[in-house]
Design a protein around this ligand. Structure first.
Ligand code: AMP
Length: 543
């Protein structure tokens, strides 16, 4: 027998309409690329979102069209999140840190129709225009006074686009599994893979996030997403914060310790979200100032493992550390690390050990760990295995990429995370290793295999491997290990120069080491485990 309740499709735009009524004073504070600080409220913003939605229609955007953004964290980027998905189109957030090759691939693979870009990224896009879809329109996210001289064709100005458009809109209705957002994430090899979020997955994720972190996501609180809107949906904050009534403080492009400290201090940010690299910078500045920013009480650390020293430093300052884990493919948050109240009386040392774990799973995230034989392993907190997940906010396949989709799921339809983990009886997750051959530097991915493929094209290289070395600032940095052809020795400059033709500067190895023979596993693959062990004490040039 079916229940007798209404079925109203879940729609993202309903969040902002709700916030405009229920949280009218909820603020959005943005450090703008124009150089000043901009303030608005959910109520005011909902009017601009309606204007933007009308404007998108005048550009011919409709159901299922992909509209790309290349922008920092700011109010205009948030407006795009809502207006694009609101009219049934797809907001494709593009990561400006990717190489020219990857950017070109992504924009063409998504077949984007319009690209909205911040002033900062005009020079990058000018160089790539010839490679992008021919009929793509370009909109610079600024006002007329700040429009730059540019070679971009038929370029439009964001504020002019909104002018004169109606300040309200009746959002169209469509099934709740309609696509709403698209975000590409690095694969272990080849081109990035697109995760296509739906209205339903986004709403469910936002609701679960808001109830899971009620202290940070609370009416009257200010939350700072340092985690970018262009990568991993800024961990769901664009949706969960207005839903809960929390204000958003957007840092723009200035993410160094001093800029963040000053902004947080001025705005009295309570909860700040980002990767460990960012918090290293903030911690250094806190030490220099001898105090924490006013009102700072909570830091959400994810994207890479939070170093124990960082957890302890924040906790000793009275700032709660919430160590979280997730993936783009999971919308992205899978766990949160606030401790349950039955742990309140634990001795400090034990609490710190609990906080090193990657937190407890969120409602709706099913997890299993399996051994090499594919069988499930116990959730006893001490047996590691490959981590698989399932749930309503987890990808069911990569956009337009059957091969990657095929490789990502097991026979039972669970998604393989590429992480190795232990689970305990209370749902706490501990990530122990990564099986995917990727390096995470400052929250962004570098593919070892892609680097290796280019290095192998050098005639003097017999074999090579790229491994991750721990790094105090960037969490991990790549080291290139080379076995030269007998009698030859290509220089570091030569090899890194060759890679520089294909990869962004920050993706290039920090150092090159030479060995006589590559260590192999029993199955004949390069044993990266052996290499990581062998070079664990290698000091990278600027570490
Ligand atoms: P992304 O899709 O870029 O967010 O990357 C997701 C991946 O980052 C995960 O599969 C992990 O390998 C890694 N990751 C995210 N959070 C953590 C964490 N707290 N500790 C260790 N690794 C993490």
């Amino acid at each position: 027998m079916k229940g007798m309740m209404m079925h109203r499709p879940l729609r993202i735009a309903d969040i902002i309409d709700y916030a405009a009524i229920a949280h009218p004073q909820g603020e959005i504070v943005s450090v703008r690329t124009e150089g000043d600080v901009h303030r608005t409220t959910y109520r005011e913003m909902s009017k601009r979102i309606a204007q933007l939605a009308h404007a998108l229609k005048t550009l011919g955007i409709s159901d299922g069209d992909r509209v790309a953004t290349l922008a920092w964290n700011g109010y205009r980027h948030l407006e795009l999140y809502y207006a694009i998905s609101g009219i049934g189109a797809i907001c494709h957030t593009v990561n400006p840190r990717l190489s020219a090759e990857q950017l070109t691939y992504i924009v063409n693979h998504a077949e984007d129709r319009v690209l909205f870009l911040d002033l900062t990224f005009v020079p990058i896009v000018e160089k790539l225009v010839g490679e992008f879809p021919k009929d793509m329109r370009y909109v610079i996210m600024t006002d007329r006074a700040h429009m730059p001289e540019t070679s971009l064709p038929d370029v439009l100005c964001y504020e002019e686009l909104l002018e004169g458009q109606p300040e309200s809109i009746d959002w169209p209705e469509f099934p709740e599994d309609t696509a709403a957002g698209l975000c590409y994430t690095s694969g272990t090899t080849g081109n990035p893979k697109g995760t296509l979020f739906s209205h339903r997955s986004t709403l469910l994720h936002a609701m679960v996030l808001a109830i899971s972190l009620p202290d940070a996501l609370h009416e009257g609180r200010k939350v700072l997403p340092v985690v970018p809107l262009f990568h991993v949906n800024a961990w769901g904050l664009p949706y969960a914060a207005p839903l809960a009534g929390a204000s958003l403080v957007f840092p723009g492009g200035a993410l160094d310790g001093k800029s963040l400290f000053d902004l947080m201090d001025r705005e009295k940010v309570y909860s700040a979200w980002g990767v460990p690299t960012v918090w290293q910078g903030l911690l250094a500045h806190i030490q220099a100032e001898g105090r924490v920013p006013e009102g700072f009480g909570d830091v959400v650390v994810g994207g890479s493992a939070a170093p124990p020293s960082m957890i302890e430093a924040f906790e000793d300052m009275g700032v709660n550390v919430c160590h979280a884990w997730g993936m783009t493919e999971m919308s992205p948050v899978g766990t949160q690390g606030n401790l349950p109240s039955f742990m309140d009386d634990m001795p400090k040392e034990e609490r710190l050990l609990m906080k090193r774990k990657q937190g407890r799973k969120l409602f709706g995230v099913e997890m299993k760990i399996v051994g090499e034989d594919g069988n499930r392993l116990p959730h006893d907190g001490k047996t590691p295995g490959a981590l698989y997940v399932r749930g309503n906010a987890i990808t069911s396949g990569y956009y337009g990429n059957a091969e990657a989709t095929e490789a990502a799921f097991d026979a039972e339809g669970w998604f393989g995370t590429g992480d190795v983990a232990m689970l305990d009886e209370n749902g706490f997750l501990t990530i122990t290793d990564r099986v995917k051959d990727l390096i995470k530097s400052g929250g962004e991915w570098i593919s070892s295999i892609d680097l290796e493929n280019v290095v192998m094209s050098h005639p003097d290289v017999a074999s090579c491997a790229v491994i991750a070395l721990p790094h105090p600032k960037w969490d991990e940095r790549p080291l290139l290990v080379v076995v030269p052809v007998e009698g030859k020795k290509p220089t570091k400059e030569e090899l890194v120069g060759l890679l520089g033709e294909h990869f962004a500067k920050w993706q290039l190895p920090d150092d090159v080491v030479y060995i006589d023979e590559m260590p192999l596993t029993a199955t004949g693959k390069v044993s990266k485990l052996t290499l990581r062990e062998r070079f664990k004490d290698h000091v990278l040039p600027d570490a």
